[in-house]
Design a protein around this ligand. Structure first.
Ligand SMILES: Cc1ncc(COP(=O)(O)O)c(C=O)c1O
Length: 401
C-alpha cells in the first residue's frame, strides 16, 4: 500500500490525475520558490537579469548536473524539449541527400521538426518501425542498425517514448551511432526523474530533457546537453548578444550572455523569465525530501498491477516489458479514443490520455508521488463501467448506430 502524498501538490482534489506524463504537476513549495525569485527580479530587474542571472543560472545548472550526472558545463537551460529538438536539428546542418533515422514511437512534434529541417536542406527523415508490444533491446538495436544506409547522418530516438512508454536502450544506440560515425540525438523529454538518468554514461551528442515533467519543476524548465566537442557547432535559435560577444571578443555581455561557446549560443535569447530554471534546485530538493527515488519503484509496481488488473477485466495483457516504470500503457478493447477520453473525464473525473498506436487503443498511465491505489481503483472501476464484459458501451464503440 502506498502512502497518499497528494497534499503538497495543487491538484484539484475532485479529479483523479493519471496524466503526469503530459505536463507534469507541481508541488506548492516549488511554485513558492519560483514566486520568491520573481519578486527578487522585480525589486531590481536590471540587477537580477543583467548582473546576477548568469551566476544564478550557473548555480542551478550545477545542481541539475549533479542530479543528471553530467558536467554542468555541457548543459544549457532551454524552454522545453521541443526547442531542444529544434536546436539539435539546426545544429547538425543536414546536407542534400542526408538521412535522419528516427523510430515510429517518436513524439509527433519532434518528428515534424526533423521533417522540416530535412526538407529545408534536401535531406530526409525516416521512421524505423519498432514493433509494439515491445520485443526487447536486441530487436530494437538490430532494426536500427539494419536501417542505416550510406546516407544516414543522424540517429534520433526517445529515451522514454511518449505514445508507448518504452525505455529505449539509448546507451547502446549512442554507441552504435558513434561506431558508425553518426550523430546521436536523444529526446529525453520524459526521462529526468522518470528513470535514473546518467547523461555522462549515455554520452549522446545532443540530449534534451524536460524538468517540467517528472522532476516537477515549473513549466518552461528544460535543458539540452551537448557533447563537449560540439559546443561550437550549436546553431543558436537567436544569434544575439552571445554571438556578438563571441565574434567581437566584447566582454560587455558576459554577466548574462555567458563566456563559454555553449553559453554564448543558448543562454541569452533576449529578455525572458529565468525563474522556471532557477526553481529547478527547489524541485530537486522536493523530490529528494519526499524520497522520490524510494517511492518510484512502488509507483512502478502500482502501474504494473493496474495494467494486470485491467487485463483481467478487458482482455489479454501486454507481454512483459523487461523493465518497470511509473508510466505504462494499458491495452484497451477497440473503441473510439476521443469518446472514451471524454467519458473518463466527464463522468468519472479521470484525467488520463487515450493513445492510438498502430491502429490500437491504449491508456498511458502515470503514477507520481501524489498517486496511490485509490486512483488505480477508481480507474479500474470506471473501465469496468465503460467496457462491461470487456465490450465498449455503445457511445464509445466508434460504431455508428
Ligand atoms: C518524447 C517527447 N518529446 C518531446 C516532447 C515535447 O515536450 P515539450 O512540450 O515540453 O516541448 C514530449 C512531450 O510530451 C515528449 O513526450
Amino acid at each position: 500500500v502506498t502512502a497518499r502524498t497528494r497534499e503538497p501538490f495543487l491538484l484539484d482534489p475532485g479529479i483523479v490525475f493519471l496524466n503526469h506524463g503530459s505536463f507534469g504537476a507541481r508541488p506548492r513549495v516549488v511554485l513558492e520558490a519560483q514566486e520568491k525569485l520573481r519578486r527578487e527580479l522585480e525589486a531590481n530587474p536590471v540587477e537580477f537579469l543583467a548582473r546576477r542571472s548568469g551566476a544564478l543560472l550557473d548555480g542551478a545548472l550545477s545542481r541539475l548536473g549533479a542530479f543528471l550526472r553530467s558536467d554542468p558545463e555541457d548543459l544549457a537551460f532551454i524552454t522545453n524539449a521541443s526547442a531542444g529538438v529544434a536546436i539539435a536539428a539546426a545544429s547538425v546542418r543536414l546536407g542534400r541527400g542526408d538521412e535522419v533515422l528516427g523510430t515510429d514511437h517518436e513524439y509527433g512534434a519532434a518528428e515534424r521538426t526533423w521533417r522540416q529541417a530535412a526538407a529545408h536542406s534536401g535531406a530526409s527523415y525516416r521512421a524505423v518501425q519498432i514493433p509494439f508490444p515491445w520485443r526487447g533491446k536486441a530487436d530494437f538495436l538490430s532494426r536500427m542498425e539494419d536501417a542505416i544506409t550510406k546516407d544516414t547522418r543522424v540517429l534520433f530516438a526517445s529515451h522514454v517514448t511518449s505514445p508507448t512508454a518504452i525505455r529505449f536502450p539509448v546507451e547502446e544506440l549512442v554507441a552504435l551511432a558513434r561506431s558508425r560515425g553518426l550523430v546521436s540525438v536523444i529526446d529525453g523529454a520524459h526521462a529526468p526523474a522518470l528513470v535514473d538518468a546518467d547523461l555522462s554514461s549515455i554520452g549522446a551528442d545532443y540530449y534534451m530533457g524536460n524538468c517540467h515533467k517528472w522532476m516537477c519543476a515549473p513549466p518552461g524548465a528544460a535543458f539540452i546537453r551537448v557533447d563537449r566537442g560540439r559546443h561550437a557547432e550549436v546553431e543558436p535559435p537567436i544569434a544575439g548578444w552571445g554571438m556578438l560577444a563571441e565574434e567581437s571578443g566584447s566582454r560587455d555581455h558576459d554577466s548574462y550572455a555567458g563566456t563559454t561557446p555553449l553559453q554564448r549560443r543558448l543562454r541569452w535569447l533576449g529578455t525572458r523569465d529565468p525563474t522556471p530554471w532557477l526553481a529547478v534546485p527547489a524541485a530537486i530538493d522536493f523530490l529528494e525530501g519526499a524520497d522520490w527515488a524510494g517511492a518510484r519503484p512502488q509507483r512502478a509496481a502500482l502501474a504494473r498491477s493496474t495494467v494486470e488488473k485491467a487485463a483481467a477485466l478487458l482482455g489479454p495483457a501486454l507481454p512483459d516489458l523487461g523493465f518497470d516504470l511509473p508510466m505504462r500503457t494499458l491495452s484497451l478493447p477497440e473503441c473510439d479514443p476521443i469518446a472514451l477520453k471524454e467519458l473518463l473525464f466527464g463522468r468519472f473525473g479521470i484525467e488520463v490520455p487515450v493513445i492510438v498506436f498502430g491502429g490500437r487503443q491504449y491508456l498511458r498511465l502515470s503514477f507520481h508521488l501524489y498517486n496511490d491505489e485509490s486512483d488505480a481503483s477508481a480507474l479500474l472501476e470506471a473501465l469496468g463501467e465503460c467496457f462491461p464484459g470487456g465490450r465498449p458501451l455503445p457511445d464509445i464503440s466508434g460504431e455508428r448506430p
